[in-house]
Design a protein around this ligand. Structure first.
Ligand code: F6P
Length: 343
């Protein structure tokens, strides 16, 4: 009977607990697998720190935000005690036969390397940014869009009262999916995403035309958006554990520029981690549960080096290589489709 260790790594995401529940319930019921959870992502695997996971410990979990296992941005190769050799020893000591890594791009890259180094590992894709090419949607994204849409609705009422331009910044490092979807849902007058450059003149023209017809402009900007004179995305908070710049604050750069150029009083709101917190939507709970269940099939079939993914309405499996080949960014025609009604 196989013992499987589950870990959640990288930024958390509504739906992680539903994945864990789906995996434990199906793994136990259908395959007789046993589970433990590694605490705080790769750190728990490197240090051999685990919690028991069984049917009773995942009871009622699918609606709970966050992750009962904890997470971190520690990489399995960056920690001095990490590396495949040490990890293999930890797995041996704990008598764990396989690892399920639930995470985004950084986690999948690390898992790919561990697989190449001989570790029995499979994956479940996760990111609110929805930027993993292997899967049509990642759980957490729908929840983030709901939260951002509600923020837009709320900003619009206060913006209307004061006749201000409101700028909302949402997450989206490489891809503007959250900005695009919430911006469309909330009826934003301009949506700015990392994939598509827009000049300050153009953004000001949209804002002014909204104001000229007596409305209060609503601009949604993804954290990874760059104005043409910016060499890289706005970052003033150093690097994260995967050596990526911590983004955030481009709305605060943009708002004073818009106010100065258009003469319209402008306020910026950075939505931040509110987008990642709280209970997942029904859609995300279903997707996360299905992925969690499906990853136990991968373990049962020893499909190491693969992750489960959503294609259309089917859960499929893809190799880490394929999953990591490209970011799933917003296609230009999908942006242009909505851009024609900006302003
Ligand atoms: O990668 C997902 C993400 O939500 C990004 O959009 C954002 O830049 C990052 O995580 C923030 O991470 P942290 O929780 O480390 O601040």
């Amino acid at each position: 009977m196989a013992t499987v260790g589950i870990l959640t790594s990288g930024g958390d995401c509504p739906g992680l607990n539903a994945v864990i529940r789906g995996a434990v319930l199906k793994g136990e019921t259908v395959y007789g697998q046993r589970f433990v959870g590694f605490l705080d992502g790769w750190r728990g695997l490197i240090e051999g720190e685990v919690m028991p996971l069984d049917r009773s410990s995942v009871r009622g979990l699918s609606h709970e935000g966050g992750t009962i296992l904890g997470t971190s941005r520690v990489g399995p190769y960056t920690d001095p005690h990490g590396g495949a050799e040490n990890i293999a020893k930890v797995l041996d000591t704990l008598q764990v036969d396989a690892v399920i890594a639930i995470g985004g791009e950084g986690t999948a890259s690390a898992a790919k390397r561990l697989y190449a180094d001989g570790i029995n590992i499979v994956g479940v894709p996760k990111t609110i940014d929805n930027d993993l090419d292997a899967t049509d949607y990642t759980f957490g994204f729908d929840t983030a869009v709901e939260i951002a849409t509600e923020a837009i609705d709320r900003l619009r009422t206060t913006g209307n009262s004061h006749k201000r331009c409101m700028v909302l910044e949402v997450m989206g490092r490489h891809a503007g999916w959250i900005a695009l979807y919430s911006g469309i849902a909330g009826g934003a007058h301009a949506i700015l995403i990392p994939e598509q450059p827009e000049s300050l003149d153009q953004i000001c023209a949209w804002v002014t035309s909204v104001k000229d017809r007596g409305r209060s402009p609503m601009v949604v900007v993804a954290e990874g958006f760059r104005l043409p004179d910016m060499d890289s995305a706005h970052s003033t908070k150093g690097l994260d554990g995967f050596n990526r710049p911590r983004l955030g604050g481009v709305a605060e750069v943009l708002a004073p520029l818009l106010e100065e150029r258009t003469g319209i009083e402008t306020r910026a709101t950075v939505l931040g981690h509110i987008q990642r917190g709280g209970s997942p939507t029904g859609f995300d709970r279903v997707l996360a549960t299905r992925l969690g269940m499906a990853v136990t099939d991968l373990v049962a079939e020893k499909g190491w080096g693969h992750m489960v993914a959503l294609r259309g309405t089917d859960i499929v499996r893809v190799g880490f290589d394929e999953a990591l080949a490209n970011h799933k960014t917003v296609p230009v025609d999908q942006y242009q489709e909505i851009r024609v009604i900006f302003g």
